[in-house]
Design a protein around this ligand. Structure first.
Ligand code: NAD
Length: 353
C-alpha cells in the first residue's frame, strides 16, 4: 500500500501528524504500507512556486491513496488565482479523476450537546452526502472577470454531461444499497437547465436500482430540511457546488467540523482522504485543532481503497471510546469533559487502538 502524505497548510501538519501516528500503530499488527510526504497548497507555492508541483503530481499518480490535511490561508489570498492553494486542491482532484466525494455526517451520542440544534432533532443522525467533485460551475468554461460596456462583469459556467451525472448517481445508489436504501437527489431544476438534466439522468439511472427508494429535493428546500428534520435523509447526492455547501451545513449538525472525514474516489477506488474542514489559520500552531476528522479519514482509506474493514473499524471504535472517556478538543468541549490538545487527543486514540 503506497500512501502519499500531503500535510498542507495551517493546522494540516498538526492533524496529519496524529493521523500518521494512528496508522503507524497498525503497522505492528502486520499492516504493510509505505508513506511518502509531498507538498500541496501554500507550502508548495512557498517552496517551489506552484500549488501542485510536478513532483507531487508524480507522487500521487504512483500512490494507491493520498492523505491530505488542508490547504490555504490568508497570506495566500492575494496571489494570482492560478497560484492559490485552493487551485492545487482542485487540480489534484482533477488529475486523479476523483469524481465522487463521500462525506458521512454522523452524530456521536456523546456530542449531542455540541450541536447547535436541539438534541432531539439530531440524536441518531447518520447521513451520507455524495457530492460530485470534478464538474459543475467550479470547473466549467468559460469563466473569468472582464470589462464589458465600461464595467467589470464576473461569470462562470454551470455544466454537467450525462456521463458525469450517471457515474456519480451510480456511486450514490450503490452507497444507499449498503445503508437504508433511500436516496435523495438534490437539484435546482425549477431554475437551472443544467440541473433539469441532472434530475432526468438520475431518474433514468434509478431503473437499475429498483430496490433503492429515490426522491428529489430542490437545494433551497434541502438546506432548510437539513436543519428542520435532518434524520429524514439517508443518502443525498448532488452536484459540486450544492454539495460543497450542504455538506458543510450537515457537518455543523454534528457539532464540529473537526469530526468529519471524507473520501474522494476515482472509478477504481483510488482515493484522496481528508477532513472536510479547511486549514483553520485562526488556530494553527496552537495545538488546539481537533485531529479526529483526519484520523477518521484514515479509517475511510482503509475501508474504501484497501478493503481493510477490521482495521477501519478499530480506528472508528477507538474514536468512539475516546469520546466516551470524555476527551474533547476545544471545538467540542463542554463542562464536565476533559479538554485536551491536538497531540493529547492523538495519544488518547492510540491508547484505545
Ligand atoms: P475552516 O474549515 O478552515 O475553518 C472554519 C472554522 O472551523 C474556524 O473557526 C476553524 O478554527 C474551525 N475549525 C476547522 N477545522 C477545525 C478543527 N480540526 N478543529 C477545531 N476547529 C476547526 O474554513 P475557513 O476559515 O473558511 O477557511 C480557512 C482556509 O482553509 C481558507 O484558506 C480556505 O480556502 C481553506 N480551505 C481549505 C479546504 C481544504 O483544504 N480542503 C477546505 C475549506 C477551506
Amino acid at each position: 500500500m503506497k500512501i502519499a502524505i500531503l500535510a498542507g497548510d495551517g493546522i494540516g501538519p498538526e492533524i496529519v501528524a496524529q493521523a500518521v501516528r494512528v496508522l503507524e500503530a497498525l503497522r505492528s499488527d502486520g499492516l504493510k504500507f509505505e508513506l511518502e510526504p509531498g507538498l500541496l497548497g501554500g507550502c508548495a507555492v512557498e517552496a517551489v512556486g506552484e500549488p501542485f508541483p510536478e513532483a507531487t503530481r508524480n507522487l500521487v499518480a504512483g500512490a494507491d491513496a493520498v492523505i491530505l490535511g488542508a490547504v490555504g490561508g490568508p497570506r495566500f489570498d492575494t496571489l494570482p488565482r492560478h497560484l492559490r492553494p485552493e487551485r492545487g486542491l482542485l487540480s489534484i482532484r482533477k488529475a486523479l479523476n476523483l469524481f465522487a466525494n463521500l462525506r458521512p455526517a454522523v452524530l456521536y451520542p456523546e456530542l449531542a450537546n455540541a450541536s447547535t440544534l436541539k438534541p432531539e432533532v439530531v440524536a441518531g443522525l447518520d447521513i451520507l452526502i455524495v457530492r460530485e467533485l470534478t464538474g459543475d460551475i467550479y470547473f466549467g468554461e468559460p469563466r473569468g472577470i472582464e470589462c464589458r460596456d465600461g464595467q467589470r462583469v464576473g461569470y462562470n459556467t454551470m455544466i454537467y454531461s450525462e456521463t458525469e451525472i450517471r457515474r456519480i448517481a451510480r456511486v450514490a445508489f450503490q452507497a444507499a444499497r449498503k445503508r437504508n436504501r433511500r436516496l435523495c437527489s438534490v437539484d435546482k431544476m425549477n431554475v437551472l437547465e443544467c440541473t433539469q438534466l441532472w434530475r432526468d439522468v438520475v431518474i433514468e439511472t434509478a431503473k437499475d436500482y429498483p430496490d433503492v427508494e429515490l426522491s428529489h429535493m430542490l437545494v433551497d428546500n434541502a438546506a432548510m430540511q437539513l436543519v428542520r428534520n435532518p434524520r429524514q435523509f439517508d443518502v443525498m447526492v448532488t452536484g459540486n457546488m450544492f454539495g460543497d455547501i450542504l455538506s458543510d451545513e450537515a457537518s455543523m449538525l454534528t457539532g464540529s467540523i473537526g469530526m468529519l472525514p471524507s473520501a474522494s474516489l476515482d472509478d477504481r477506488n483510488k482515493g484522496l482522504y481528508e477532513p472536510i474542514h479547511g486549514s483553520a489559520p485562526d488556530i494553527a500552531g496552537k495545538d488546539v485543532a481537533n485531529p479526529l476528522a483526519t484520523i477518521l479519514s484514515v479509517a475511510m482509506m482503509l475501508r474504501y481503497t484497501f478493503d481493510k474493514e477490521a482495521e477501519a473499524s478499530r480506528i472508528e471504535n477507538a474514536v468512539k471510546k475516546v469520546l466516551a472517556q470524555g476527551y474533547r478538543t476545544e471545538d467540542i468541549y463542554e463542562t464536565g469533559t476533559k479538554k485536551v490538545g491536538t497531540a493529547a487527543m492523538g495519544d488518547a486514540v492510540l491508547a484505545n487502538i
